[in-house]
Ligand binder design. Structure first.
Ligand SMILES: [Zn+2]
Ligand SMILES: [Zn+2]
Length: 601
């Protein structure tokens, strides 16, 4: 299984970007000043620098907030706030740091309840504050010396959102204003262009426009319903993973969606992962059950069902069972974070000397998959954090031994990798495949993990050549990870124009007039008989409109048929992104598209 990436905010203060972050953080103070000018009664939350920008949380007074906490201010007010910030930036306002006592701080912030709450939690005798003009904030800095250091053309306020004080839904909802800030106007413009590109390819929008999946309030958040088209793509992804699994000797099994808590107590997930699992209540027993968030513990029970000899190893199991994780509704987003999903999961139980060839085989098919999906990638070598051993299961010596072995595999196979401390799974180190999409965004997909611990916890055994009992090693691996999440990545990577083999509808046959409808249908039937996903578009629209619609639906091939084609027994071929290919016989077209599908083009 993959480690969950938590974190309410992307607060990143990387040292190499210290100056950009100093500007961003200073802008958050200036924005607070501007908001105070507009709404003098405002109460301040916090205002950090974040990746590419900053935000500040405000509790706005009644004139700005409507009834029942409904925000009266909206994105339409941002230009007004932006203008007020620009006016302040022109004034050469100095940032001055002071160290004052806790008592002085309390007096200074007496009518700022959120700041008072923060002061209570602060240790030490002296408290650092920053003053800029008539605005003072609790703050350790650093800040720019003067607003002159901030380029007024290189920032932009982007949106207003609700945010619970301290990220806790029991607290009051504050108004968060987000801004972007860069060193230069060009960097800001480049970033806005990237955002525009990302919006254009947002899989949630594409999923709707191309009719691939839906969400329903009655079903619940994070639980998508795939339409026939969406499911067709998922089936192709799963079938390809299935093929690759078979090619390296993995045997597919099927396992239940839930199991007793006991299983997760043995595996250690109950202790480390309980909050992230859905609990299931039975009408008939008091026993605790959980929907499973991963397959590994169940797979150990298939292994444990028989006495195993060294001759049986490696035992390789693949599984596409549904998995469930109890994600916070607020953290769910389209298909990239779900409560129900699958993985092209597999586990290999092997002897120590088999680790290397087994890893190598999985790496090979992962590389094959990335080539077919036309994605670039790099390998992240994810290590444990020796400063936080309590986050992991198992002994230090076992961790060191397994990490050394994995690094040897990477070096021997001449694989480009980078190390990431603290990214390991709870039971062992791993290699994660980070794919790069067409606009340079990175996605963690596949993973291959070494595990010396789970087989021990389940008491798994095999008899070696000398007749002695040994504990096998477990390799956890996925090829593209979750097919559902990968669908989102593919949609964004290809802006919905999936390769022919993945396209849910590969061909539309479009008759020129109503008298050509029967011929169009006949052609579509012929294509379907060859296993091609084809539809005849015989509805009453004009040809021009159908072609435009076919382009919007990203259909790889549009075949236009009229009198000329019927007479010559041909089809006029329009290829997505390549335009008219001229008329050809249907057999020739079938040959072309079948080859493209077989070659995964
Ligand atoms: Zn500050
Ligand atoms: Zn696993």
């Amino acid at each position: 299984m993959q480690k969950k990436q938590k974190g309410i905010e992307n607060i990143r203060l990387r040292s190499k970007e210290a100056s950009a972050d100093t500007v961003r953080h200073s802008l958050s103070h200036i924005m607070a000043m501007a908001v105070k000018k507009l709404y003098p009664e405002v109460k301040f939350g916090i205002g950090p620098a974040i990746e590419n920008g900053f935000y500040y949380d405000f509790d706005l007074p009644a004139e700005a907030s409507g009834e029942g906490g409904q925000l009266k201010i909206s994105d339409a007010d941002l230009p007004k706030i932006e203008k007020a910030i620009r006016e302040l930036l022109e004034q050469d306002i100095k940032f001055i740091r002071k160290q004052i006592t806790k008592a002085q701080t309390k007096r200074m912030f007496a009518n700022q309840p959120y700041k008072m709450e923060l002061i209570k939690d602060l240790g030490g005798r002296k408290i650092s504050i920053f003053q800029s003009g008539d605005f003072t904030d609790l703050c350790a800095g650093p800040h720019v010396k003067s607003t002159r250091e901030i380029n007024p053309k290189a920032f932009k306020l982007t949106k207003i959102a609700g945010a619970y004080w301290r990220g806790d839904e029991k607290n009051k909802m504050l108004t968060r204003i987000y801004g972007l800030a860069f060193a230069t106007e060009k960097e800001l413009k480049d970033y806005l262009f990237m955002i525009g590109e990302a919006e254009k390819r947002d899989h949630r929008k594409l999923g709707k426009d191309l009719d691939l999946f839906v969400f329903s309030d009655l079903v619940g958040p994070g639980l998508p319903l795939y339409t026939h088209k969406g499911f067709t793509i998922l089936k192709e992804i799963v079938n390809f993973s299935r093929e690759l699994n078979q090619s390296i000797g993995y045997q597919e099994v099927h396992t239940p969606n839930m199991n007793k808590a006991e299983l997760f107590k043995v595996s250690g997930h109950y202790e480390k992962y309980k909050e992230d699992m859905f609990r299931v209540v039975s009408n008939y027993t008091q026993e605790e059950y959980f929907l499973k968030p991963m397959n590994c513990p169940q797979h150990t029970q298939i292994y444990a069902s028989k006495m195993r000899s060294y001759k049986d190893l490696p035992i390789r199991i693949a599984d596409f069972a549904n998995l469930y994780r109890d994600e916070r509704p607020g953290e769910l987003s389209g298909l990239t974070r779900l409560r129900a999903f699958r993985q092209d999961d597999g586990h290999c139980f092997c002897a120590p000397e088999q680790i290397k060839p087994e890893f190598k085989a999985v790496l090979k098919v992962v590389q094959q998959a990335m080539k077919a999906y036309k994605m670039n990638y790099k390998i992240r070598f994810s290590l444990w954090d020796p400063k936080n051993p309590q986050k992991y299961l198992g002994e230090k010596t076992v961790w060191e031994k397994s990490q050394k072995l994995l690094e040897e595999i990477l070096i021997e196979n001449k694989i480009d990798y980078f190390k990431a401390v603290g990214e390991a799974a709870i039971y062992g180190p791993k290699m994660d495949l980070i794919a790069k999409d067409s606009i340079g965004r990175e996605w963690q997909l596949s993973t291959i993990q070494l595990d010396f611990i789970m087989p021990q916890r389940f008491g798994l055994k095999y008899i070696d050549e000398k007749g002695k009992e040994k504990t096998p090693i477990m390799i956890h691996r996925a090829l593209v990870g979750s097919p559902e999440r990968f669908l989102a990545v593919l949609l964004e990577h290809h802006i919905g124009a999936l390769p022919v083999w993945l396209s849910p509808v590969q061909v539309w046959v479009i008759p020129v007039g109503s008298s050509h409808g029967r011929y169009a249908q006949k052609i579509a039937e012929q294509l379907k008989a060859e296993g091609i996903r084809a539809e005849a578009k015989t509805d009453a629209e004009t040809v021009g409109k159908k072609i435009r619609e076919g382009e919007m639906q990203k259909i790889p091939y549009l075949l236009i048929v009229g009198d000329k084609e019927i007479k010559a027994k041909t089809v006029a071929v329009r290829k997505r992104g390549a335009g008219d290919k001229g008329a050809m016989s249907i057999d020739k077209f079938i040959g072309i598209i079948k080859k493209e599908v077989a070659d995964k083009k």
